[in-house]
Design a protein around this ligand. Structure first.
Ligand code: S3P
Length: 260
């Protein structure tokens, strides 16, 4: 064996050890998630995550390959989160509800905590059409926009373990709800009109609220939509006076109950 072969053999042995260790580590992740499920311990623990990050910082401080190892750990942690998400959810999670009920906020928090992929329906439509929602409504009308939503939901129903933040009107069409339920759990987020107004007041991207940013209009439109939202929902979560962590925790609990 020449020198290079000998070095490569040692490298190969290192890879075997890494694989063995990673397999062990991922098994421990499964153990943690099973324990949390059985004991009713909150699944999302951002403080613990923070602690773990700090501990790692300390362990690696001054290490020769500090940056590189930190980078690898980002992948390890992200994959651990994916393992947890796979263990928890077999389906897509579709967030529905009125404009400003918190769909995007909840979606991005959940995706960060569980390394799930997220889809923001409005954003996908805007990107594909190359124009804002306001411009789509103005140029082609609402019906056209609603058809784009239906087509996108058909596409998403072919995928798994996505968190989909649906446009506020997406659940109003019967056919859309069928596509949502095809491969997903539908979570309705609710909030009082006053809360909604507070959340949407500085944003001008919603054509239906232009010139209508007041509690009466919001309350009326919510009431008109309520029956359809509720009929579509597998789970309902009120978001008033709750942190995004509390909302996500409640949602995960209810989704787990559904699949128990
Ligand atoms: C709409 C809600 C908006 C967007 C469009 C129409 C609606 O989405 O799809 O302005 O009919 O409620 P958000 O609920 O994400 O703001």
């Amino acid at each position: 064996m020449d020198k290079l072969d000998e070095i490569r053999t040692r490298l190969d042995a290192c890879d075997d050890e890494i694989i063995e260790l990673l397999t062990r580590r991922m098994g421990i992740i499964e153990e943690i998630i099973e324990y949390k499920k059985e004991s009713g311990t909150p699944i999302l623990q951002p403080k613990q995550e923070q602690k773990q990050e700090e501990a790692l910082e300390q362990k690696l401080d001054g290490q020769r390959y500090e940056e590189e190892i930190k980078d690898i750990f980002r992948y390890i942690v992200s994959n651990s989160k994916r393992i947890q998400a796979k263990n928890l959810f077999k389906h897509n999670i579709l967030l529905i509800g009125f404009m400003g009920c918190g769909k995007s906020t909840v979606s991005s928090f959940l995706c960060k905590m569980l390394a799930m992929d997220s889809v923001e329906m409005d954003a996908v439509i805007v990107e594909r059409e190359g124009m804002s929602i306001n411009d789509i409504f103005a140029k082609y009308g609402e019906e056209y926009f609603r058809n784009l939503e239906t087509n996108l939901l058909i596409e998403l129903s072919q995928k798994n373990q996505l968190v989909v933040s649906c446009g506020g009107g997406a659940a109003l069409r019967e056919i859309n709800v069928q596509h949502m339920k095809n491969n997903g759990r539908v979570v309705l987020l609710t909030a009082a009109p006053e809360t909604i107004l507070e959340r949407v007041k500085d944003n001008d991207d919603r054509p239906l609220l232009r010139g209508n940013k007041n509690v009466e209009f919001i309350g009326d439109l919510m009431e008109k939509r309520r029956a359809k939202y509720e009929a579509a929902a597998d789970i309902v979560i009120s978001t008033d006076h709750k942190s995004v962590l509390e909302i996500c925790q409640e949602m995960i609990g209810k989704l787990m109950e559904m699949d128990a």
